[in-house]
Design a protein around this ligand. Structure first.
Ligand SMILES: NC(=O)c1ccc[n+]([C@@H]2O[C@H](COP(=O)([O-])OP(=O)(O)OC[C@H]3O[C@@H](n4cnc5c(N)ncnc54)[C@H](O)[C@@H]3O)[C@@H](O)[C@H]2O)c1
Length: 334
């Protein structure tokens, strides 16, 4: 690492990759974007120019590049497991966007690679842990203000961004809510029951709305509600019921306005606006942890266990029954 500044290589310069690259280049202390790559060469060059980085032709060459001290993976979900393993084998810290993999078996392969390396190198992009409104609820819970947590409710409503199958909705989108639930409740999900409404009647596996019942290893219960076409904007909120009270995160972006016989409150149009600061904080805290060689944040274990729960949700959509989420025993490293 030159002058204690982390040279980051960014793989995938689409929507979130270019946002991360900008944050690392302009809003993160102790980082610079050393290199970027994308199978769309023109896109990589545009982002490289903007960030003062070099554009490299492929991801494996980027990971091996001596100017790259740490890697951020923002290419499509199916590429995550292989690229994360390549970073681990190269001994380079990696922030991999969610999901860690698209199947439990692939996530376990990442976990095994990290266990073989004997140290934590992977952080997964579950950035809600850096969102202030989630953090406030987390801090109340950990301070014991609510007593024991009895129930979790999560709402994740998206504006329409293309037709999704129920499998993709779970592995690509609801995975955020699954991780939030595990993180806030400080307990693994051990049983799920998934129900959903298709977006199109003639495509029964398409997803418009999903509702997932949860049972945690602590005995607590919960529900996740997901929409792929909210009709009004983007909203993410959590509510915890505890023994001595409840805490609900604030998902709105404006004061409550009472005027002209209405009560109104604005939400953000989509996720980049809702979580803009969380992405900045995620990048800074990741870079701080790389400089200190002291990994923090959502780990490969979190990525793996979230996929174990996601897999149980998919099975539940197939069987129409509650399904158990059973992962491997938690290794000491985590
Ligand atoms: N944490 C979050 O809130 C959040 C938000 C959005 C997306 N994501 C995740 O980030 C990833 C990217 O999502 P996006 O919305 O930016 O998608 P996108 O389609 O806008 O961008 C993906 C980019 O990766 C490139 N690419 C494809 N295969 C590649 C490869 N093998 N090597 C290098 N580049 C490759 C594509 O050309 C494209 O430019 C996904 O895994 C998604 O789940 C996370």
């Amino acid at each position: 690492m030159k002058d204690n500044v982390v040279g980051v290589g960014v793989i995938g310069t689409g929507m979130i990759g270019s946002l991360h690259a900008e944050n690392l280049a302009r809003r993160t202390i102790g980082a610079r974007v050393a290199a970027v790559t994308d199978i769309d060469r023109g896109r990589a060059e545009t982002v490289a120019d903007r960030c003062g980085a070099k554009a490299i032709t492929d991801a494996i060459a980027l990971i091996a590049d001596p100017a790259v001290d740490a890697v951020l993976i923002a290419s499509p979900d199916v590429t995550h497991a292989d690229l994360t393993v390549a970073c681990i084998e190269a001994g380079k810290p990696v922030l991999c966007e969610k999901p860690l993999a698209t199947t439990v078996a692939e996530a376990e392969r990442v976990l095994q690679a990290e266990l073989a390396a004997g140290r934590r190198l992977t952080q997964v992009g579950f950035m809600r842990v850096y969102d202030r409104t989630h953090r406030e609820v987390y801090d109340l819970l950990r301070a014991g203000e609510l007593g024991e947590a009895l129930s979790f409710r999560g709402r994740h409503f998206n504006p329409f961004s293309g037709l999704k199958t129920i499998e993709t909705a779970i592995v690509n989108s609801l995975i955020h809510d699954i991780h939030s639930a595990r993180w806030l409740m400080a307990a693994e999900i051990e049983q799920v029951y998934a129900q959903w409404a298709p977006a199109l009647a003639d495509q029964p596996r398409s997803a418009r709305f999903a509702s997932i019942g949860l049972r945690f290893a602590s005995g607590a219960i919960g529900t996740l509600e997901w929409s792929g076409d909210s009709g009004y904007g983007y909203e993410v909120m959590v509510e915890i019921v505890g023994e001595r009270g409840t805490a609900e995160s604030i998902s709105h972006s404006s004061p409550v306005l009472r005027r002209g016989a209405t009560i109104a409150q604005a939400v953000t149009p989509n996720w980049p606006e809702r979580f803009a600061q969380a992405y900045v904080d995620e990048a800074q805290i990741w870079i701080d942890s790389v400089r200190a060689a002291a990994p923090t944040g959502p780990s490969a274990w979190d990525g793996y266990m979230s996929l174990v729960a996601a897999d149980a949700c998919i099975r539940s959509t197939e069987t129409g029954l509650p399904e158990a989420a059973v992962g491997m025993e938690r290794p000491d490293m985590y």
